[in-house]
Design a protein around this ligand. Sequence first.
Ligand code: ATP
Ligand code: MG
Length: 562
Amino acid sequence: MSVEPITAKATSDFIRTAVREDLASGRFAYVRTRFPPEPNGYLHIGHAKAMAVDFEIAREFGGACNLRFDDTNPTKEEQEYVDAIIEDVRWLGYQWDRLCFASDYFEQLYEYAVKLIKKGKAYVCDLSPDEIREYRGTLTQPGRESPWRNRSVEENLDLFARMRAGEFPEGSRTLRAKIDMASGNLNMRDPVLYRIIHARHYRTGNRWCIYPTYDFAHGQSDSIEGITHSLCSLEYEDHRPLYDWFLRELEIFAPRQIEFARLNLSYTVLSKRKLLQLVKEGYVRGWDDPRMPTLRGLRRRGYTPSAIRDFCARIGVAKADSVVDIAMLEHSLRDELNKTALRVMAVLRPLRVVIENYPAEQTEMLEAINNPEDPSAGTRQVPFGRVLYIEQDDFMENPPPKFYRLAPGREVRLRYGYFIKCEGVVKDAAGNVVELRCTYDPATRGGNAPDGRKVKATIHWVSAAHALPIEARLYDHLFTRPDPDNINAEEGENFLSYLNPKSLEVVQGFAEPSVAGSPVGKHYQFERLGYFVVDPDSTPERPVFNRAVGLKDSWAKVAGQG
Ligand code: ATP
Ligand code: MG
């Protein structure tokens, strides 16, 4: 797997260079782009990259970007997806100029098709979809011409009108361009422009029973909207000759298509079809499951629009496909939350500590720093008392040599508090340590001993009397392999074979009382544990937190910056 280096915010790349040249040469007098999702699923981080390219380039050149729904597939598209996509584009912080629908151009596209028929450049074909495929040939073999290729213009016009009128069954006929069955480019071998589909379209209802293909709709929609640069992913490179052919034959405004590499991210999949399968078959809780690479999943996980945009700027655009290390995405979020998230203390796997020499009825407030990266965030008061919770793994009864935290007879510092020393343990019937008996040194308030004695560890804690019960959801990669998309299908494996069974761990813990009442979406750093965000499943009695990202930056290490 190749890993893309962190680059400075991309200010120049091959697309921007091309746009600049087109303005300089006078090919275009302005810049207009479009982001063209098909409303057949939810947007994912790959779409965020496409949006970064489309919207940012338009903005940089003083142009505009349309949001266009590429909705020419009635059986797969739904209003629900349109609404969700609009919400997600807004959430990411992008503002489109015009909101467009390819389905608004159905009448115009039909007229374009009629024009091609009249020019002798399109014909109605009676081959079945299977026959069309068979006649197309392969990369090494030329295709064969359809027996229907030489119908007269009159007959084609009549049949096409009757296709539209609903006279023929689904799949019985198509409208095809008459180009070149021997072309080295399979897309040029008389591609299908229209197929008969007797299905209700979520916007045009039953008005149509013939629908344009992607190839016939996309470039013409671009042309209708006056798009100058139609930026799309690499898989459309082979379609570009066809894109240009239609515009030339129709003699209409010709935008320029430029392709860039799709984003692939390690340890996840970025295909709507696969993401849909994860949802439909119940491997995740929904499109917004925090493990999903959808924008809704990332948002619920704790990603901010600015962290995602920062990531997109760092990866930039390239012409060759590669896989971006997911650690780089995490790095963008961590970088931001380090500057903005308030620090609090929470304990995820609680172990009870009783401070035997601390008065039972006493409580005191200790001053804690809200964000060492941001002095203006100030300080807060954290309650302290005789009974505390600490993290189970901050104690070992028989510590190995390099374990410096709490152990019998050993003293450690409580963050913002006192030194405590473990004097004894309480065990349950099974021999598990369930409580520590400790003493504290009142002279060490604030964290230092007046006699200068040192401790080797500082641990976090929560006062039991004031603790707020919380649920914490801890996430790992959704897949155990960095390349779940690349599985060789022998042995019956597919991407689902590498789902990570440990991608979610749920624990019940406690947080300091300052986090009570936090709104959904609020971020915190739980000291020593990571960055967390309040989940919509929260109740006033028990907030639920998603761990957005851990504290350790594996990306900075990879990139040699750690
Ligand atoms: P999927 O394969 O996930 O269904 P798609 O390409 O069919 O994706 P569209 O809704 O057609 O999804 O995509 C809208 C735009 O987003 C297209 O211009 C497409 O090229 C771009 N896009 C989709 N996925 C990625 C990706 N992983 N990286 C970059 N751009 C992408
Ligand atoms: Mg698509």
